[in-house]
Design a protein around this ligand. Sequence first.
Ligand code: R5P
Length: 272
Amino acid sequence: MDWGMSNRISRMIKPSTGHSVMLACDHGYFMGPTRKLENPRKTIEPLLPFADTLAVTRGVLRTSVDPKWETPILLRVSGGASILKEDLSDEEITTSMKDAVRLNVTSVALSIFVGSNHEKQSLVNLSRLVDEGEEYGMPVMAITAVGKELEKRDAKYLALACRLAAEIGVQIVKTYYCENFSRVVDGTPVPLVVAGGPKLNTEMDVFNLVHNALEDGAVGVDMGRNIWQSEHPVAMIRAIRAIVHERASVKDALQFFEDEKKGKGVESHAHV
Ligand code: R5P
């Protein structure tokens, strides 16, 4: 692997632990002003010290992220559909590699829609992005989007979608956690991170998801709503960091979350 590509990956997936906590704030690209992300800067700023990577579009990057902040950027470069459409799969590449390089981002991300009306279009778009990424040393993340059809969140479907992305040549895949997730990991010869999906009922549900995904072989999370829609987003991301980077148990993460909430945080859990 070329030095630039390898260096960019090391900035996102921490070599000290081999894991990563990515903060996903790119929802507006098709969902508009998502609850608690209406003002992106307000949501992002307090969480950034605890994120290994921030996922955004170029619009949010230029308007709401201070260029002096050092967190590596995962740039969402696909779009073209909105939640008003039944079919969310009709996406194209919406940001050029040239602009991604100008923005000095660390990686680019595009959704693929395996099994949808626009399956071929999304896979060909991904191939083009990977070709350009190879040219510029820019890692590409494929996101195995399931859109409104959340029932597709099973190991058979996700293993297929993740494998297709790996075969096209991406450096990393974002997918969903599911039962038998190790089957998805085993069939995908590149690192996997998991999204959180819509907000879960309890903190324990979120910590279980993160813990199980890591146990099954995910390198980390690229999570949004379950962090910033929480009443205590900083405590939430810090507890997730403890699981991802320190292999904290769910019980310890819960205790850590409760302590953080009350302002009794343990300093050693900060930045790994
Ligand atoms: C969708 O807009 C993006 O791919 C999100 O980055 C992804 O779904 C992760 O965010 P969440 O944890 O909120 O699902």
